[in-house]
Design a protein around this ligand. Structure first.
Ligand SMILES: C[S@@+](CC[C@H](N)C(=O)[O-])C[C@H]1O[C@@H](n2cnc3c(N)ncnc32)[C@H](O)[C@@H]1O
Length: 223
């Protein structure tokens, strides 16, 4: 714990005024792949405590809008191009998210970000499968929430089902590249799937189980 609290990225984030060390993961991905642009409408899934929203806000500028959704409450951010909502991404409606972003009913987001993590149990396979389920849910939500040609960045915990998740993502996007930013901890099995340019039609053969109620509130976020 002491090691985690005092690592290089944690100190940098504190010094630079970001809410979490996770900022440096998105920044590295964005600098490499050019995900975020001025004027973009961005949906940040699993946004608390808010560093990805802070970063997205600086990249999209005042003509853009970043909407963050999380199970957990978020201390308000002062930026005028950020809106947040405490909800489960499994159940929140597209209509609600579009309205928050000020998007017309028939429109969608330019970029979807997901740093969502399940409430980790310490059992590697269980955590992996729960993470895969969250990613499948995000892919399904892309059909409605992400524009054709839009980009997706999502976190996953690697394991046996990971190659199939990459295949499913590749069936929805023109280009898919896994990335492991330097700020990811060496002991962590997290990987980021960077998927560019959503195809016109998304066809998935796996449906995430969205019939259950909200999952338990995460306490460690797998960070
Ligand atoms: C690693 S944290 C995100 C950190 C964030 N990217 C940042 O920069 O501050 C993961 C978040 O995902 C959220 N989460 C997990 N499952 C979710 C769900 N079904 N709907 C909404 N948020 C969820 C958790 O509550 C947690 O706050």
């Amino acid at each position: 714990m002491v090691r985690e609290l005092h690592d290089h990225w944690f100190k940098e984030a504190k010094r630079e005024g970001w809410r979490s060390r996770a900022i440096y993961k998105l920044k590295a991905i964005d600098e490499k792949r050019g995900i975020l642009r001025r004027g973009d409408a961005v949906l940040d899934c699993g946004c608390a405590p808010g560093s990805w929203l802070q970063y997205a806000s600086t990249r999209i500028g005042s003509s853009g809008m970043a909407v963050g959704v999380d199970l957990l409450p978020l201390d308000p951010l002062p930026d005028s191009n950020i809106r947040t909502l405490q909800e489960d991404l499994r159940t929140v409606t597209g209509q609600t998210l579009r309205a928050l972003a000020g998007l017309p009913e028939d429109s969608a987001f330019d970029v979807l970000l997901s740093d969502m993590a399940p409430n980790t149990t310490g059992h590697r396979d269980t955590d992996h499968l729960r993470s895969i389920d969250l990613c499948d849910m995000v892919l399904h939500r892309c059909t409605d929430l992400l524009k054709e040609g839009g980009h997706l960045v999502m976190k996953v915990f690697e394991g046996g089902e990971y190659p199939k998740l990459i295949q499913r993502t590749a069936s929805c996007f023109e280009e898919v590249r896994p990335m492991r930013p330097p700020a990811s901890r060496s002991v962590s099995r997290e990987m980021f799937i960077v998927a560019m340019s959503r195809k016109p039609l998304i066809e998935l053969d796996v449906r995430p189980d969205i019939s259950e109620g909200p999952p338990p509130v995460p306490d460690n976020w797998g960070m």
